[in-house]
Design a protein around this ligand. Structure first.
Ligand code: NDP
Length: 448
């Protein structure tokens, strides 16, 4: 083992020791550190200034009580988190996740990923993430509102246009951002549009932000295919999830000539060989807030599998857009065996390390989430630009900007992977490229 490798192993062991029990955070750190040896070799100044050690330690972590009253008058208590990980490139930027699985380790993994993703966009945004173990499923609008208001009653002290700009993630969409923004405005007596992104169109939101993560993931996959002289035309695509990212990924796949044959929620998956009716999925999920199995009511020819894994369905292209670690080794083996040519992560860290190895060893095109789904946060930064200039851009113009940003991210990944002798390796390209921009800024600032 080289001295650099030994050093990186030591940093990782330290992270595990200092952050016990935070499995997902360890996994995210390991995945990045495993790529960094060549760049650390080339830049001893990063080691001398302990840049990596500092990057692995959040600048600030806020954990708070979120009490609220349910519809029956019971007082409930949840836990809120905001991890302000790294502000070398700009204000902390990253979503809020409301899901019962949320704990500090999940928020830190997401915040850590966000540093490199945001750097890759080339835009002036640092990395952060937050959320709560609150479960929005089955809650009334009134309960959601009271929870969001209580959450913001604490969070508002820590955020701001120039400090920390949250957005949505799992369980946090337009409705929740509305309640959060309303409470921020009330508490601060300021109409500070730039404090949150993912806002509604008539109160400071940007066109394309809703679609951006899903569209961006498909744009990225299309760039990967293009580099191989291929495209989406005629491809069978499986998209996991049926939330914000999945729905708009499916919509863009259809626009580019592919067919999405399956999508899912946490209870099961549907298969529709004729192609998923995306408008129906939107109606079920966005309007009725229902379950994906309701798809069969209007499409009886489709099938529904309760439980199980959507990754048992064979496809040419896999777009995991639901949650972390949803594609395990066995699923990856199945995908490879059945001729899958590309895996692009719309979700954050949806493939386990074992699954990634299977996919990469088989020579399948593989895009990590921090590159493939960066279009979402990039469009949040475009929303911030529009807020700062009191402007609003057209759908076409904003989508063009998104597509150009995604092309640039793709180019950065490819060029960096080539430069470090790992052509075609999007993991190495994304990690080194994202890392370098942050490292250079941190060096410039001295020891802070
Ligand atoms: P949504 O809440 O809109 O949708 C999440 C979807 O994934 C739902 O269909 C949900 O099913 C399913 N899901 C969630 N948890 C699980 C689980 N444990 N097992 C199986 N299915 C699950 O979230 P988003 O679409 O916004 O986010 C999806 C992924 O994309 C996340 O990894 C997120 O971090 C990532 N992402 C999101 C961005 C954004 O802009 N929104 C930006 C970049 C990344 P159910 O309804 O049954 O829970």
């Amino acid at each position: 083992m080289s001295a650099v490798d030994t050093h990186l192993v030591g940093v990782f062991e330290d992270v595990v020791r200092r952050n016990p029990g935070e499995r997902e955070f360890h996994q995210a750190v390991r995945e990045v550190l495993e790529s960094l040896a060549p760049v650390v070799e080339k830049h001893p100044e990063y080691t001398e200034a302990s840049i990596i050690e500092r990057m692995c330690e959040p600048e600030r972590q806020i954990i708070f009580r979120v009490p609220w009253v349910d519809d029956e008058g019971n007082v409930r208590v949840n836990r809120g988190f905001r991890v302000e990980f790294n502000s070398a490139l700009g204000p902390y930027k990253g979503g809020l996740r409301f899901h019962p699985s949320v704990y500090l380790g999940i928020v830190k993994f997401l915040g850590f990923e966000q540093i490199f993703k945001n750097s890759l966009t080339g835009l002036p945004i640092g990395g952060g993430k937050g959320g709560s173990d609150f479960d929005p499923q089955g809650r009334s609008d009134g309960e959601i509102m009271r929870f969001c208001q209580s959450f913001m009653a604490e969070l508002h002290r820590h955020i701001g246009e120039y400090t920390d700009v949250p957005a949505g993630d799992i369980g946090v969409g337009l409705r929740e951002v509305g309640f959060l923004f309303g409470q921020y405005k009330r508490l601060t007596n300021k109409y500070e549009s730039g404090v949150l992104t993912g806002k509604g169109l008539n109160w400071g939101g940007s066109l394309v932000r809703t679609e951006a993560t899903g569209y961006g993931t498909v744009f990225f996959a299309a760039e990967m295919l293009k580099a191989k002289g291929d495209d989406f035309e005629g491809k069978r695509v499986v998209v996991s999830g049926s939330g914000n990212v999945a729905t708009y990924a499916a919509e863009k796949v259809h626009q580019l000539g592919g067919t999405v044959i399956a999508c899912s929620d946490s209870a099961g998956y549907i298969v529709d060989e004729k192609g998923i009716d995306v408008d129906e999925v939107k109606d079920i999920k966005e309007v009725r807030r229902g379950r994906i199995k309701e798809y069969l009511e209007k499409h009886p020819h489709a099938s529904y599998v309760a439980g199980g894994s959507i990754w048992d369905v064979s496809c040419d292209i896999a777009l995991p857009c639901a949650t972390q670690n949803e594609i395990e080794e066995d699923h990856a083996i199945h995908l490879v065996k059945n001729g899958c040519v590309l895996v692009a992560e719309g979700a954050n860290m949806p493939c386990t390390p074992e699954a990634i190895h299977v996919v990469q060893d088989a020579g399948i095109l593989y895009a990590p989430g921090k590159a493939a789904n960066a279009g979402g946060v990039a469009t949040s930064a475009l929303e911030m630009q529009q807020n700062a200039s009191r402007d609003s851009w057209s759908f076409e113009y904003t989508e063009d900007r998104l597509q150009q940003i995604v092309r640039d991210i793709h180019k950065r990944c490819v060029t960096t992977a080539d430069q470090y002798g790992r052509p075609g390796n999007y993991v190495v390209g994304a990690n080194i490229s994202g890392f370098t921009r942050v490292a250079e800024a941190m060096l410039a600032f001295g020891v802070i």
